[in-house]
Write a protein that binds this ligand. Structure first.
Ligand SMILES: O=C(O)CCC(=O)C(=O)O
Length: 275
């Protein structure tokens, strides 16, 4: 069992994140990386741009991570015993590409209310300062949602290039993870990440997010999977889990879910980015 300790709960409450948490071995992480790279080879483009969302619907190994009981124990400590998965994102930064993530709050454009949800960032490769790990503005989750500029700037891996002003970057905390570890972060903690300056890929598989059954999608339609407990509210449509790698029906479902997600992410925006 991997419920959070009182120190870990305190870190989450004080700082808006908890890290690192051991989940699986480096060997398992390599197996998962191989499956991601097999998908990229078999169907070029499937995981690019808006295809980076919901890869757990087409990959049995990413599905296994999404429903991993150690992750769910830790999540249960934060949002309660009834847990839904409402989506995942692959954040891949290749070497020599200009990918970065501007400082933002996840809750700003995601439409999940109330904020009884948490994001799990699972390291499929090591993630450190050299290859552009996430950095957290500790304690920033205690404020309300902040104003974000919409920059749509080159290299920004966020949908709108949404950016919080005046972040004290020197004071942010790097979340250094080894492959197979994860961090958990709060919906309103301000965070971002720099360029990958290493010569290997940095791969994060992000369950974005685990939501309590009491959480509604107020901007559109999100289908979910029941990860643990019972759904006594039934606010969302349920979808199944993949049995095989790259099943045609699963690929279609992923596309449908990702089209719905685009409606949510760009609600009220007259411009669309590539994610
Ligand atoms: O992977 C990254 O560098 C940033 C990911 C992120 O912003 C998130 O998981 O909310």
């Amino acid at each position: 069992m991997s419920y959070l300790s009182s120190n870990q709960l305190k870190q989450y409450m004080d700082e808006g994140f908890v890290s690192p948490i051991n989940i699986f071995s480096k060997e398992k992480a390599k197996e998962i990386r191989n499956e991601i790279e097999l998908i990229e080879k078999k169907i070029p483009g499937e995981l690019d741009e808006s295809g980076r969302y919901n890869a757990h619907l087409i990959s049995p190994l990413l599905d296994e991570v999404t429903h991993n009981s150690k992750i769910l124990d830790a999540v249960q400590s934060l949002i309660g015993e009834n847990i839904l998965v409402c989506g995942t994102t692959l954040f891949i930064k290749n070497p020599n590409e200009k990918g970065f993530v501007s400082y933002h709050q996840d809750a700003k454009y995601i439409g999940l209310e109330p904020h009884n949800w948490v994001t799990a960032w699972v390291a499929i490769t090591d993630s450190n300062e050299k290859n552009g790990c996430m950095r957290m503005w500790s304690g920033s989750h205690k404020d309300n949602l902040k104003e974000h500029d919409q920059k749509f700037n080159e290299g920004n891996l966020l949908t709108r290039g949404q950016t919080v002003k005046n972040v004290p970057k020197q004071e942010t905390t790097p979340l250094i993870l080894e492959a197979g570890q994860m961090s958990l972060h709060h919906p309103t903690v301000v965070h971002g990440s720099d360029l990958n300056k290493s010569n290997d890929r940095r791969i994060g598989f992000v369950i974005q997010s685990y939501i309590g059954t009491n959480v509604k999608q107020v901007l559109g339609k999100n289908s979910v999977q029941l990860a643990r407990g019972v759904d006594e509210f039934n606010y969302h449509e349920k979808i199944g889990r993949p049995q095989n790698l790259l099943d045609t029906k699963d690929i279609e479902l992923k596309k449908l879910e990702n089209d719905n997600l685009q409606e949510i992410f760009y609600k009220g925006s007259d411009k669309k980015g590539k994610f």
